[in-house]
Structure formats: C-alpha cells, structure tokens
Design a protein around this ligand. Sequence first.
Ligand code: GLU
Length: 451
Amino acid sequence: MPYAPAPVFRFAPSPTGFIHVGNARTALLNALLARRAGGTFVLRFDDTDLARSRAEYADAIAQDLAWLGIPPDQVAHQSARLPLYAAAAERLKAQGSLYPAYESEDELDLKRGLQRARGLPPVYDRAALALTDADRARLEAEGRKPHWRFKLDQRVVAWDDGVRGPQQVDTASLSDPVLVRADGTYLYTLPSVVDDLEMGVTDVVRGEDHVTNTAVQIEIIQALGGTAPRFAHHNLLTLPNGEGLSKRLGHLSLRALREAGQEALAVAALAVLVGTSEAVVPVESLDVLAGKIALDHISRAPARFDPDDLPQLTARTLHHLPFAAVEARLKAAGLAATEAFWLAVRGNLATFADAAEWWAICTGPLVPADAGDDAAFLAAAAACLPPEPWDPGTYKTWIAQAKQAGGRSGRALFHPIRLALTGRETGPELAALLPVMGRARVEGRLAGKLA
Ligand code: GLU
C-alpha cells in the first residue's frame, strides 16, 4: 500500500477581532478532523494586513481555541514569513503569471461603472497587459507604482469539494486578482497559497464564502508547481432572522460566551452540529463530537441557530459530564471536590459556576434559617441519624425512622429537612448530598447551629 502521509489541517483567522461561534465551526472542523486522522492542526494567523491585525486579537484567538479544547499543534504568523511570499511573487513574475497594473482605485471604479452601464460584468479588462515597456516607464515617471495581478488561465477549474461535491468555476468570469498592492503588501490570496504549499497542508476546510477564491488559488498553486489540497467549504452560521455573524456581534464572541458561563463543549457541539444532518445534542467529549463529523452531511443551506438555545445546551452538557472531565476545573476553582460531590450536584447546574455554590452548601458553614415550629421535629430526626460511614443508601434508612419519630410524611417531612440542610427550597437529591456533607454537619444543621 502506498504510504499516505498524516494529514495537515489549518485554521487561518486574520487577527482583526474576537472570533465567534461561526469561526469556531471552522476551527473545530479542522482541529477535530485532524485529531481523528492522527494529523496536525496548524493555527495560522493571516496577519499581513498590518493596519488591522493586532497581537491582542491573536492572543485572544489562541486562548479561545485552548478554551474550546483544540490548542494547535503548530502556530505560524504570516507577518513573519514575508520573504517566502516575495520569492513566490518573483517566480510568478518571471513566468509572466504576475503582471504590473497601474490603474488607480478611481480609474477601476470608473471602468466598472461603464461596464455595468453596458450590461457587462465588471471584470478587469486586462488593459495593463497591453502596456509596452515605454508605457510603463512613462507611468512610473509620473509617480505611479504598480500593483500586481495574477494572470488567470480563463478556464474551467474543477475540484471535488468535501462538502459540496464536484465544483466548477470558470475563471474567465473573474478579474485577474491583485496579489501584491502598490505599497508592496500582500493581499490574502498569495500568502495563503504559499503557506498551504510550504506547510504541507493537505486539507482546507473553510466557509463557503471562499468558494470562488478556491478556483483562483488552485490556478496559483498550479502556476507554482504545487499540488492543491483537498478543499471543503462548509455553510455559514446565521441567526434565526438570517443575519450572518460578524466579528462586530460581540455577544456571540467565544470570549463573551465563556464569560457568560457557557460550556466550551456545548458551544462546540452547537458550532459543529448545527446545519448538518446530525441533531444538536450535548456531547461528553470532543472525541465523541469528532466521531459525529461527516463533511458530506453538512447542509448546503445556511446553518441557522438560536443563541438562546445555548444556556440549555450548556446545562444538559454539564448534567452528563463525568468527574474526570471536570476534576481539574473544580480544583482550579479552589474546590477540593470529590466524585461523590460532582455526581450529586451536576444534574442541578445551570452553569459550572453553580458548582461552587453547592460546594459551599455541602462543606459549610451555613447560616441556619429559623426552623420555627419545625425545630422539635428536626431534633427528633437528628436523633435518628445513623453512625458513619454513610453512603447514598443512608438517607432512605434515616428518613424512614425520622418519619416514624416525627409522625410526619410528604412535604411536612421532606421540606423542613431540605431547608435545614441546604438553606434552599430545591436542589440535588438529599440521598446523594448527605454522604458529602457528613454526619457532624448534618446533625449540627438539624439542631439549628452554624455548621
Ligand atoms: N484569513 C482567511 C479568513 O479568515 C482564511 C481563509 C482560509 O481559510 O483560507 O477568511
């Protein structure tokens, strides 16, 4: 069998803002497919736009990926790789695939306006290709600096898209793309292609807003003598009203969701599963989520989602998380919590932070509420407490005796006990809480003491 190298996937955000759930979809698909295949996940910052890129955003994106549970195997910054792009540009120039053009933005606008007025598509007319050496010398003497356009083959470019199936784009319908600006800076296209080749990227999974770019990029890859990666373009996330997500919608940034107490696993499940043939359900790990990914099950229609569904998904995610998945987080939150504690309370959590409240309730001290008429009953119930060790079966035995001793049943039996032990009207099963609280505390609280 031929040796198949491990795949390389990349997530390539431009660090111009905080990333949101839609960006998380792209990042997670790449990271989890890489993980599933034993491949590499690269985080590449597309930061050649120095005016808009900020180091704080790059740091924030790295933190957001770590929070999601998909820290990259490698990190690269395009701003540190400019010589590679310059070398590629020189090669393309030498081949005649990259040509200088001198039109100003205004002149291009004017041309496009005239084309539209004549019912023609606003495609660049390649006037610059007709310039002679003398024309160029004259333009440069006027102080004009060229920008550089890639000369498209004007042919049908085809690829088998992982999500969309066979795709064809006729590049004759496109303007020759500008790869290098007049000030020598690069637009996104060339650095992206050069990096994908140089980093050995085998798979590009990105939003469907890049489908047309893909045809152009395949032509450039071929002009550079490279082999195109596999491409897959997923649908984009929209709000229920059809509005697309943008980095300006701060409340759906991963940062804001984290601060609002949403679970990373819930955000991940939503980001990956919405707009596919899979139901959006809570998952217990990213590996389980990875197992649910099938690119060809991603819908072609936009993936509508309702941010208001997230709190419920967060709660449902917490309700099933095994202790091993939260042990380190509990410790980091300063809770010396045990598995028995976690299993007792997880079903009552709306957010992870609620665990701290239950920890405080379980480990005291709890200011006693005035038991009023129930004090005598609670004292009688305390007298029935069995000796330790306690387990989740202890409660049943004890409550049967307390029922007898107090001559009570139903709400009159359970409510004062719950209130005395937890200070709350509702909460986790007392049977599970009792062993966590321990006999001394339970006895003290039933006696109305600070315990
Ligand atoms: N920086 C581009 C973006 O954020 C990357 C697109 C790509 O994956 O090639 O849209």
